[in-house]
Design a binder for this molecule. Structure first.
Ligand code: NAP
Ligand code: G4F
Length: 338
């Protein structure tokens, strides 16, 4: 039986990856932080004798070293991070520590304990910075981080490559473009939109306030992406891979598609900070722009080129953009009783 450690096990990806690995017969060990109120909603349903949780924190090297020594994993998935780009501007130092420097703590714990483990680092399309002239972005596109989050992830990316080259470790980066699901955190834009629609339909919210509607993202379904994370570690040679759909949409298009799921056509009026979205049928204001959601520096256009993942891993996204929107809207409508 293979053993895996997952940091970030309570997060969107950590929860899906746990289910995926347990179904493959792995023994799964998750690192969780202590919270004053429980924060294990995404994994609370998992009742499996091969699933173990360990208290720790990525910023605490002792808890990482002890965990690695105790479990002696075959695979280590480093998914934990302060993962919100907007919030990283407000907590830049902590983001540097938790999202960047912590990766060296894991790599050193593996190296110093001489554990023969395959290491996966959750790298990100944010590394590219979304400069329009670089699209579509692939493994060879230059990096240009545009946030404290991306700058921290840049360190984590390169220290992973460095440990592969310096110590011959099986250390890999998955450079993942945005992936979403009904388990996406409520403060990321897709989930914020689908939750708001469910609340509006239930009469519990009037309208949805957003930031930059023009940003373009390559959005896929999280379940497809955790399979890609696993495939990266099943190769004979360690390497870095982009996982993406190869399709991009604006935030505005996501809003339109999500409202269409509940039979509402959005009619836009105005521009920039004054743009508003109305129900084409009733004239009710449903969407507006609040500049408090603008970021000090924006990533304008993410569009990934997943050709290498297709060729080497045999990985392709399965769920389309429209299917993803539908899955998320339907799941949130269900929460609010529709
Ligand atoms: P998420 O839902 O925000 O989950 C983050 C996880 O990290 C949570 O389990 C969180 O624990 C944990 N965590 C945060 N700080 C920690 C610390 N100091 N010590 C231990 N655990 C800590 O993120 P996600 O969407 O699943 O993404 C997983 C990883 O992929 C992240 O590294 C993210 O940056 C990266 N990534 C995500 C995407 C995407 O589109 N989803 C794309 C590219 C890369 P709590 O529950 O205790 O807060
Ligand atoms: O949903 P977002 O917050 O995701 P973002 O910034 O693209 O980051 C996510 O994907 C990255 C991979 O590319 C991950 F590395 C990262 O951990 C995270 O999972 O924002 C998407 C876009 C941005 O351009 C943002 O400015 O939506 C725009 N946006 C517009 N209004 C908003 C809002 N974003 C948020 N969170 N909230 C808004 O109200």
């Amino acid at each position: 039986m293979k053993k895996a450690i997952i940091t970030g096990v309570t997060g969107q990806d950590g929860s899906y990856l746990t289910e995926f690995l347990l179904a493959k017969g792995y023994e799964v060990h998750g690192l969780i932080r202590r919270h004053s109120t429980p924060c294990d909603d995404r994994i609370a349903h998992i009742n499996d004798a091969n699933f173990f949780l360990h208290y720790g924190d990525l910023t605490d090297s002792l808890s990482i070293t002890n965990l690695v020594r105790e479990v002696q994993p075959d695979e280590f998935y480093n998914l934990a991070a302060q993962s919100h780009v907007g919030i990283s501007f407000e907590v830049p130092e902590y983001t540097a520590e938790a999202t960047g420097v912590s990766t060296i703590k894991v790599l050193e714990a593996i190296r110093q304990n001489k554990i023969d483990t395959k290491f996966y680092q959750a790298s990100t399309s944010e590394l590219f910075g979304g400069l329009p002239e670089t699209a579509p972005q692939s493994e060879t596109t230059p990096f240009h981080p545009r946030s404290p989050y991306a700058a921290a992830k840049l360190y984590a990316y390169w220290i992973t490559v460095n440990y592969r080259e310096a110590y011959d470790m099986f250390a890999c980066n998955g450079i993942l473009f945005n992936h979403e699901s009904p388990r996406r955190g409520a403060d990321f834009v897709t989930r914020k939109i689908t939750l708001a629609i469910a609340k509006i339909m239930a009469g519990k919210q009037d309208k949805l306030s957003l930031g930059n509607l023009d940003a373009k993202r390559d959005w896929g379904y999280a379940k497809d992406y955790v399979e890609g994370q696993w495939l990266i570690l099943q190769q004979d040679k360690p390497d870095d891979f982009v996982l993406a759909t190869g399709e991009t949409h604006t935030v505005r298009e996501f809003v339109e598609a999500a409202f269409e799921e509940v039979g509402i056509k959005i009619e836009w009026r105005g521009a920039g900070a004054y743009e508003e979205g109305y129900c084409a049928k009733t004239g009710k204001l449903l969407v507006d722009v609040n500049p408090k959601y603008f970021r000090p520096a924006e990533v304008d256009l993410l569009l990934g080129d997943p050709a290498k993942a297709d060729r080497v891993l045999g990985w392709k996204r399965k769920v389309s953009f429209r299917e993803l929107v539908k899955i998320m809207v339907q799941a949130d409508l269900k929460i609010y009783g529709r």
